[in-house]
Design a protein around this ligand. Structure first.
Ligand SMILES: Nc1ncnc2c1ncn2[C@@H]1O[C@H](COP(=O)(O)OP(=O)(O)OP(=O)(O)O)[C@@H](O)[C@H]1O
Length: 321
């Protein structure tokens, strides 16, 4: 659905996107995660035909987004990270207004608006003034409005920012329903754990480049600095120290590990393994006569993994342009 090749964006001398490559399949809920200033909004606005790229290629469902921005706008619904002020506009008038921008008749708008206002649980607010809605409702209305022309791809920039837990939960359910309806969704956040709960795949952006991508599992398991497997065990006839030494020899002989250390009789095996390879390691120890009484890998905390991948810093607060 989305193909980004060597995308570069410069603001003057500043390089915001640096030969970025990204592929998103149809039907995904793709999480675009990165620290403040990493380039998420810039990428999304280029994808949506709202901002010119310096160089590179962006294809949305086969359409050249850089060469044909008007065509690509029909395929995409964009929910920006801010909500404008709409004095004296009621919910249905607001939907009408956006529908008319896509050349839709009142009748057409009504049909689609009903469907999506129901999806975002605002069907009974049609005659309310937009400015009287709560922040969570406004955010949901923004989603309904972005869907008015029934696009295949929905792009949301930090949709949960500033929302309370209840509204965040509602937003997650709405996105899941949209996926069920066959939409492809791209959603950005600077909080990896939040995205990991609802996304089918994730791309981590830092300094305008994708530094990790795949499913959450792949990103965690592909981490070269995963926490070690912590093993305790003994071998009949050997004391604690000799047992630990023997166990570390068995592990080294059979597995391609980065490092092994022994601390107070506990063997720490550092390697970027999967659940399957960890299970294989345990079996191999048992098969070699080790009486294993402890075997676990600490669960990587997603937030610290994110900080590790992105160098642990945020590059300045959001600017308003
Ligand atoms: N119009 C502009 N002129 C100059 N620099 C800009 C402009 N727009 C963005 N930038 C810079 O480009 C970089 C990427 O900005 P962008 O808004 O894409 O990041 P982001 O990942 O969306 O960040 P955030 O999480 O704060 O929204 C930032 O350093 C930002 O200051």
């Amino acid at each position: 659905m989305v193909d980004i090749e060597e995308l570069t964006k410069r603001y003057g001398k500043f390089v915001a996107l640096d030969h970025m490559n990204l592929h998103i399949d149809k039907g995904e809920i793709f999480g675009f995660v990165g620290p403040n200033g990493a380039g998420k909004t810039t990428t999304m606005r280029i994808m949506c035909g709202l901002l010119k790229a310096t160089s590179g290629k962006v294809t949305i469902d086969g359409v050249d987004a850089l060469g044909r921005p008007a065509d690509v706008k029909r395929k995409i619904g964009y929910v920006p990270d801010f909500f404008g002020v709409y004095d004296n506009l009621k919910v249905m008038e607001y939907m009408d207004f956006y529908g008319s921008m896509y050349g839709m008749s009142k009748r057409e708008v009504e049909k689609v608006a009903d469907k999506y206002l129901e999806l975002v649980a605002l069907q009974d607010k049609k005659d309310e003034f937009v400015d009287s809605l709560s922040r969570g409702m406004k955010q949901r209305l923004c989603v309904a409005r972005a869907l008015i022309h029934d696009p295949e791809l929905l792009v949301l920039d930090e949709p949960s920012s500033g929302l309370d837990p209840r509204s965040r939960h509602d937003m997650k359910n709405i996105l899941r329903d949209l996926k069920e309806m066959g939409k492809t969704i791209v959603i950005s956040s600077h909080i990896l754990p939040e995205l990991s709960e609802m996304c089918t795949s994730i791309g981590v952006i830092d300094h305008g480049k994708i530094v990790a991508s795949g499913s959450v599992d792949e990103i965690v398991n592909g981490d070269k600095n995963m926490p070690p497997v912590r093993i305790k065990g003994y071998m009949l006839g050997l004391d604690a120290e000799a047992s630990a030494n023997r166990i570390s020899v068995i592990v080294k002989e059979r597995f391609n590990v980065d490092r092994i250390s022994i601390q107070d009789g506990e063997i720490l095996v550092y390697y970027s393994g999967t659940r399957e390879s960890d299970a294989e390691l345990l079996r191999s120890l048992v098969d070699n006569g080790v009486h294993v009484h402890q075997f676990f890998r600490e669960k990587e905390d997603l937030e610290s993994l994110f900080l590790k991948i992105t160098g642990g810093e945020n590059r300045g607060a959001k600017n308003n342009y």
